[in-house]
Design a protein around this ligand. Structure first.
Ligand code: SF4
Length: 356
């Protein structure tokens, strides 16, 4: 059978694999066994699954395969951040970024689409447009590849793409990552980010209980319209209503990402507007000074402006964390991911402008 007609086991949840094996007349526990081989032991062929009979392994190999992503390039930043570039089967490329939090802990930022259709003005991924959605296996395989090399404690779906625009594959990838027989990530260790797709946020809240981050970046519609075209479809009033209704566990908060851009959204009046906007929402604000790059005319605010903005939020009782930009020197920072496809851009800037 042509490999394109075979089933990629990494695209299956435990229930789906159980159903597949049921069709082959196999017991339920076989699905759990297979998942353990793949995710706990990292095997990439049925041949290596020595607790299964030879006949069963042959049967599996005839109808299914186990996909793998191997990093094509790994770049390391001065601060220890590592950017992994993966080439996909169709030649497209995506990136994942591992950000060390301290000596032991690290967060992995994974991509969910090749490119993105959302058109945010500050984001390099947006310049690609949407090329395609990633399959669940392609999302999970970013985690498998990085975890084979180094430990990962948290996973954030904040790389290339708008996760909620690839809803089914993202939900499936989350289920696979949480599977007891595999990586067993708890829901507290997983976060998805959205630019504010309101109907999908409601649907997501009804089926998943992982962390939610909202890319906000402005506290008024006029500025947000210019930075994020999605705001014209779902303006702030609708977005904030969806945030207020979003089901949260005790002590859980929605993270609001706010990229500070000089002269655009970093004034004291913007900070006060943000305080009013988040009134009554269980919120935590991540302030991210803009990462300058040659393809954008946006500038990072001066240090005193960033400090004043944060102070205004803190003084009024908001949890506001200044997020250190990691991996700027390898274009791995927020908004800088772009994959490997734009070679002209690399030539122009003399640097690799990768995923974002
Ligand atoms: S910031 Fe996120 S949603 Fe906006 S264009 Fe970039 S990848 Fe897409």
């Amino acid at each position: 059978m042509d490999v394109r007609q075979k089933i990629d086991i990494k695209n299956l949840t435990l229930d789906e694999l159980t159903g597949l094996l049921d069709g082959l007349g196999k017991e339920r526990f076989r699905a759990r066994q297979l998942m353990q081989w793949i995710y706990r032991h990292g095997v990439t062929s049925f041949e290596a699954m020595t607790t299964l009979s030879k006949d069963f392994r042959r049967q599996l190999a005839a109808i299914a395969y186990i996909s793998v992503l191997t990093p094509e390039v790994v770049e390391e930043s001065r601060d220890g951040t590592r950017k992994y570039l993966f080439r996909l089967a169709d030649g497209e490329s995506i990136e994942a970024v591992r950000i060390p939090m301290d000596k032991e802990r690290a967060t992995l930022c994974v991509s969910t689409q090749v490119g993105c259709a959302m058109g945010c003005a500050f984001c390099l991924t947006a310049t690609l447009g949407l090329r395609r959605n990633l399959e669940a296996a392609e999302i999970v395989n970013q985690v498998c590849a990085v975890m084979a090399a180094e430990p990962v404690g948290n996973i954030v779906f904040m790389g290339m793409g708008e996760p909620l625009a690839n809803f089914d594959n993202v939900v499936k990838a989350l289920q696979i990552l949480q599977m007891e027989e595999g990586f067993a990530f708890s829901s507290r260790k997983l976060t998805i980010s959205t630019c504010g797709l309101v109907p999908e946020m409601k649907r997501f809240g009804g089926c998943c209980s992982v962390g939610l981050a909202v890319s906000l970046n402005a506290a008024g519609d006029a500025v947000r319209d210019t930075l994020m075209p999605v705001n014209r479809r779902y303006p702030l009033a609708e977005l904030m209503a969806a945030c207020r209704e979003f089901p949260l566990k005790q002590r859980q908060r929605i993270t609001f990402e706010y990229i500070l851009i000089h002269g655009v959204n970093d004034a004291p009046a913007d900070a006060r507007r943000l305080v009013r906007l988040l009134h009554g929402v269980k919120a935590k604000v991540n302030l991210i000074p803009f990462n300058e790059h040659p393809a954008s005319s946006f500038r990072r605010p001066p240090e005193e402006r960033i400090e004043a903005f944060q102070k205004c939020l803190l003084d009024r009782g908001l949890v506001a964390v200044r997020r250190a930009s990691k991996g700027e020197d390898i274009s791995a920072a927020c908004g800088q991911l772009k994959g490997a496809r734009d070679e002209n851009m690399e030539d122009r800037t003399g640097e690799k402008t990768a995923a974002g």
